[in-house]
Ligand binder design. Structure first.
Ligand code: SF4
Length: 112
């Protein structure tokens, strides 16, 4: 289970660059580079700016550093049987409005 850091402050699950989900889904069936992956668990934060309510859902689950990652990017060298085995991953997509604007920046193609 990798350490998960995420820069997507527009996602409702993001708490101070951590994710409050125990498990996320990364998409990108035939991805050959990071930009072709996406965090399919992205859910847009409702209303207002990303920063204004960044701490508004603290009554929910506490975000933790680790999340299990069900990953469809099978070309990635860290992908084993659709589970991520990287020590640490970074999900990026600063101002994303939908999951297509996010990506797993740690993706490394095992195809080369
Ligand atoms: S590092 Fe690779 S296996 Fe892990 S989530 Fe990112 S794309 Fe998937």
């Amino acid at each position: 289970m990798p350490d998960l850091r995420c820069t997507v402050q527009t996602c409702t699950h993001n708490q101070n660059y951590y994710c409050n989900l125990d498990s996320i889904v990364v998409g990108g069936n035939s991805a050959k580079k990071a930009a072709e992956t996406s965090c399919d668990s992205f859910e847009a934060r409702k209303g207002g700016s990303a920063y204004a309510d960044a701490y508004s859902n603290m009554e929910g689950k506490e975000a933790s550093a680790k999340s299990s990652v069900d990953c469809k990017a099978t070309e990635c060298m860290y992908n084993k049987a659709c589970q991520c085995h990287a020590g640490k991953i970074s999900v990026e997509g600063g101002n994303a409005c939908h999951c297509g604007e996010t990506e797993c920046a740690t993706f490394k193609c095992g195809c080369a």
